[in-house]
Design a protein around this ligand. Structure first.
Ligand code: SFD
Ligand code: AMP
Length: 669
């Protein structure tokens, strides 16, 4: 009988394993079935597919609470090259146009499917009046007009967004091909080819079971990384964060250990958010046209505009990058002119003058719904602090840093780009050339540098601003690549070096640490032989916060601080071997920490390697406090060696495939 000291080992062999059940994986699950069925009809090969998620896919990942807007919808007045331009601008010029362009040409199709599956998308009628819910109105794909909150964003009633997307994935794949509540701990490379993927292993967070999968192709889409930095919400507020609290860097850490090349791990996202509740600001800035001011009512974006001239050419863009917007805000705070206010009062008053009474009523509801749909804790703050946004302004605050590749950040894996990029006609897609630079494509779209290992969403580096819809589209794109890979590698039989017992023992180590030493002291949490996952997490957060440009130093670091961080992270890695797990919940926490530490280390090593401050407002290397276009307009990539525990960072040449001059010309007008 399996018990806590003796877990059952469950083994399964599949062709395609999808790790994660978020937006990207739901896209992959939906699409993979279409390509697998076509392959079966054509070749007779019946591909075995499985999706595993640490949680339940109806509410897992970053869209768990729902969302109020779909942030990437191209529509018919702009094209994928415009999108690639916007992404590049927001990420200070260093993105892969092939990937963003490819995402841009597929993303609308995902949005149209969401609507078909039941997601309410706001519409405007023939008189230009807005309809929230938009029941009975023409769908987008048939020419219905969305309500744009911004140039790229559209408004939705999205509390049940994830349910809807997950339902389609479940329906396509079937419940017997989905395994929920299994946390994947590591990937397994092939015995005969260490640069090929052969499987993955994890454990059930509900039962004493270890799961070992053999697979030819794996999609690793386990989201971004939260909680490596000490959060602003501590003590009674602990656990409140902006991005998905459950996403612990599994994507980056497991890929790194498997030998995949990472890219732009120095990049981070420091979102400006409603203070304490972490409510997103996009709807307020873009739809409600609210202005943010310093304590004394001065609009700091206008007031500090000249500071942008320090960062040519990016400072001259029509819309300053997210990090530069933070940069101007932080200046006010550091000069003692905080707090920063979101002027909700003026914004709502102005909207009342412009809209019909019905629209005003909807709008007032939306002021709340924006957060009820997406960040319910913010409503808790408003209720608890007697905030009526029409009468009382709210504070904004730059949060602790997050690592992600799908929102306004671009860390992740270096993946193979599309093979068919090159517009049919130059005019049609604003001049994307037909060939990619060398090293940007090796046949299977979305495959990492490890054979058979694919990624999507937060996992794909150097191509941010995909958001929920683009992540779904990327999952679909990767699914197609995986089916092709499996068909091309029909004869491949994955083999492991380790026995199932050895794999299980590694996963169960924190439990063994606990069981062996638990009686050494009378207080369960105090023990010289083990450390609780919670304590270890505090140590990680303290190191990152104080030395790697967290909130403690106003996002500042330097080469000496980074060296200290490196040494301390080394000690932490050693001590991580002594994490204890007194139950399955702690086993989950222990392995999440393991993933966090590796992700944190990658972040630190990349910041150390890039001798400039590419993202002012997200982090500053004070010993190199400038953007150095001459030497650092390039990708920083890295490879981790899990045997020696060392990172090798290197530069990769950046090439613009889409003409960017438009961005800066627009600003000159
Ligand atoms: O307001 C393992 N996002 C927004 N996107 C939009 O389109 N509009 C918005 O309005 C957005 N905003 C927003 C957003 C997110 C959050 C948290 C807030 C507000 C508060 C971003 C998108 O949500 C995001 O881009 C996508 O969801 C990314 O997709 P993907 O698939 O890369 O990640 P995921 O959805 O988080 O899913 C991850 C999955 O992995 C699982 N998992 N499973 C097994 N083993 C492990 N070791 C695992 N580790 C993780 C998770 O359970 C999950 O299923 S706004 O700010 O702009
Ligand atoms: P957020 O709610 O901050 O996550 O932002 C949602 C979307 O709106 C993202 O695409 C942001 O880049 C964009 N956005 C947010 N604030 C602004 C702003 N002040 N100016 C331009 N775009 C913004």
């Amino acid at each position: 009988m399996a018990d806590f000291s003796n877990p059952e080992v469950v083994q399964e062999e599949v062709d395609i394993l999808i790790i994660g059940g978020g937006m990207a994986s739901c896209g992959a699950a939906y699409e993979v079935v279409r390509w697998a069925e076509a392959a079966k009809a054509e070749t007779g090969v019946d591909l075995k597919i499985k999706l595993v998620d640490k949680a339940a896919i109806d509410r897992s990942g970053a869209v768990a609470q729902g969302l109020s807007a779909i942030n990437t919808y191209i529509g018919d007045t702009q094209d994928p090259a415009d999108y690639a331009r916007m992404v590049s601008n927001d990420l200070m010029g260093i993105t892969r146009d092939d990937l963003t362009y490819d995402c841009g040409r597929h993303v609308d199709d995902s949005v149209h499917m969401f609507e078909e599956w039941g997601l309410p998308i706001w519409k405007t009628d023939e008189n230009g009046e807005r309809h929230d819910g938009a029941q009975g109105m023409t769908p987008l794909k048939d020419g219905g007009k969305c309500v744009r909150s911004g140039k790229w964003q559209i408004m939705i009633n999205g509390e049940s967004y994830k349910w809807i997307v997950a339902e389609a994935a479940k329906k396509a794949l079937g419940l017997d091909r989905i395994q929920e509540r299994v946390f994947i701990v590591h990937l397994i490379n092939d015995k005969n080819d260490p640069n090929r993927i052969a499987g993955a292993a994890g454990f059930s967070v509900r039962e004493n079971k270890v799961y070992i999968y053999k697979a030819k192709a794996i999609l690793l889409a386990a989201g971004g990384c939260v909680n490596i930095f000490r959060p602003r919400s501590v003590g009674e507020g602990q656990g409140r964060v902006w991005y998905a609290v459950w996403n612990a860097g599994s994507t980056y850490a497991m890929a790194a250990e498997a030998g995949a090349e990472l890219t732009m791990m120095e990049n981070r996202f420091v979102p400006a958010r409603f203070k304490d509740g972490y409510g997103p600001v996009g709807t307020w800035f873009l739809l409600f046209k609210a202005q943010a001011t310093n304590a004394f009512g001065e609009a700091y974006m206008a007031k500090n505009k000249d500071m942008l001239n320090d960062y040519p050419p990016y400072g001259q863009a029509a819309v300053p990058a997210s990090c530069l917007r933070n940069h101007l805000m932080l200046h006010e705070m550091q000069e003692g002119r905080g707090p920063i206010w979101m002027d909700t009062i003026t914004a709502l008053a102005k909207m009342r003058k412009k809209l019909t009474p019905r629209e005003v009523k909807n709008l007032e509801a939306e002021a709340w719904e924006d957060f009820l749909d997406m960040s319910v804790g913010q409503c808790g703050i408003w209720v608890g602090e007697n905030v009526d946004p029409g009468k009382k302004k709210s504070e904004l605050m730059p949060t602790e840093p997050y690592l992600l590749g799908s929102h306004s950040g671009c860390c992740g894996m270096w993946v193979s780009g599309p093979t068919d990029v090159g517009a049919p006609t130059k005019e049609e897609y604003s001049g994307v050339p037909a060939h990619l630079p060398s090293g940007w494509s090796w046949g299977y779209r979305s495959m990492t540098t490890v054979k058979g290992l694919f990624t999507a969403g937060d996992g794909v580096g150097a191509s941010g601003h995909k958001f929920s819809s683009g992540s779904h589209a990327e999952g679909r794109i990767a699914a197609k690549g995986m089916v092709k890979y499996c068909l091309d590698n029909k004869g491949f039989k994955p083999e492991f070096n380790e026995t199932p017992e050895q794999i299980a023992e590694v996963i169960w180590k924190p439990v063994r640490n606990y069981l062996e030493f638990k009686d050494y002291t009378t207080a369960i949490d105090v023990n010289p032989n083990y450390i609780t996952p919670k304590m270890l997490q505090f140590r990680l957060q303290k190191i990152m916060d104080e030395y790697v440009a967290g909130i403690a130093t106003y996002y500042k670091t330097n080469n000496v601080m980074l060296d200290i961080a490196e040494e301390k992270l080394g000690f932490l890695k050693e001590d991580a071997q002594k994490m204890r797990a007194k139950d399955l919940h702690e086993l989950l926490r222990a392995w999440e920490n393991y993933h966090r530490i590796l992700t944190a280390e990658a972040h630190m090593k990349h910041i150390q390697f890039r001798e400039e401050s590419r993202y002012p407002g997200f982090y500053y290397r004070m010993d190199k406090n400038f953007v150095d276009e001459k030497n650092w307009h390039c990708f920083v990539n890295s490879i981790y060696d899990k045997k020696t525990h060392t990172w090798t960072c290197f530069k990769r040449k950046h090439v613009d495939l889409v003409d960017k001059s438009k961005l800066f010309k627009a600003a000159a007008h």
